[in-house]
Design a protein around this ligand. Structure first.
Ligand SMILES: [Mn+2]
Length: 297
């Protein structure tokens, strides 16, 4: 139930205006030169492989077009919750994993995988080396121009987003306690067989509060970066791509591959950019995918 809520995407949602125009160079086509786009680092997250909502074809198109020194997979890559409920695994989802492995093996890309709440089963085994892919709970990225970014999925901050009012009264100690307690609470829920409480589902259902909840999430992440002496923070989780300064911290959310099809990139000078992949009139999603999603919702 939670998952379907998260993945429910109407055609109207897909056509909703985006906060930045498509980068001209980012329009995919079948004739695209493989490896045409080169970056120092790329962050992508929230593929939700194993669900009907995953836009695997577009993701494959993106992965084929991009070369980078470091690829960060910022959580919710494989959707273990969905796979527990029903085995949905088309060939394109295997192809996504293959494309990532190929980037590592054939192009020498360093791949760092930070698990999210949908693939949190990996968190029991950290740190882990998966066929050369480094799996860790969080990491710090140093940009080409010497800035430091904390890289986390972001689900640890769910509780403080919805309970921010009384936390503000209780202060910093309680705030830290809720963040730690949230991880503990959800680990217990998982062991008991309950799904993770989903912030993105919550946001979708509380339309009136959505902007406020997203704002609190962004501020909580920026505060964490500030507390740790970072210049910025990079996360995913809420399927809301964004790049903006918050209290002197650069907040970056790389979005997702269910709704927005976005990536965060760093060029060789250290310049960050949010990339919207193939959102254009000539690259509409195939109609069959839309009907599959309706059937899933
Ligand atoms: Mn998540």
């Amino acid at each position: 139930m939670f998952l379907d809520d998260v993945l429910e995407t109407t055609p109207a949602d897909r056509d909703a205006p985006v906060t930045r125009p498509i980068t001209a160079a980012a329009r995919p086509s079948s004739a695209i030169a493989r490896g045409q786009h080169r970056y120092r680092s790329v962050w992508i997250s929230d593929f939700h492989l194993g669900t009907r909502g995953c836009r695997a074809e577009r993701l494959l198109d993106f992965l084929a077009a991009v070369r980078c020194d470091i690829l960060y997979l910022v959580g919710d890559i494989i959707d273990a919750w969905a796979l527990k409920k029903a085995c949905y695994w088309p060939a394109t989802h295997s192809a996504v994993i293959q494309a990532v492995l190929t980037m590592h093996r054939e192009h020498g890309t360093r791949v760092v995988y930070v698990p999210g709440n949908h693939d949190e089963v990996l968190r029991d085994f950290l740190p882990l080396d998966l066929a050369g892919i480094e799996v860790c709970n969080e990491c710090v990225h140093d940009t080409a121009d010497g800035r430091r970014y904390l890289v986390v999925h972001g689900d640890a901050f769910d509780a403080v987003c919805t309970e921010a009012r009384w936390l503000a009264v209780l202060g910093d100690y309680a705030y830290r306690g809720v963040i730690v307690g949230n991880s503990w609470f959800n680990t217990m829920r998982r062991r008991l067989g309950y799904p993770y409480w989903s912030l993105s589902a919550f946001i979708k259902h509380q339309v009136k509060n959505a902007v406020a909840v997203i704002g609190r999430f962004e501020e909580a992440l920026a505060d964490e970066a500030l507390r740790r002496g970072m210049d910025g923070i990079i996360c995913g989780h809420i399927h809301t791509p964004s790049r903006k300064p918050i209290n002197g911290i650069e907040y970056c959310n790389d979005g997702d591959w269910v709704e927005s099809c976005t990536a965060l990139t760093e060029d060789f000078a250290g310049q960050m950019e949010l990339l919207y992949w193939g959102r254009g009139a000539d690259h509409e999603m195939p109609a069959d995918n839309a009907s599959r999603q309706k059937a899933a919702a």
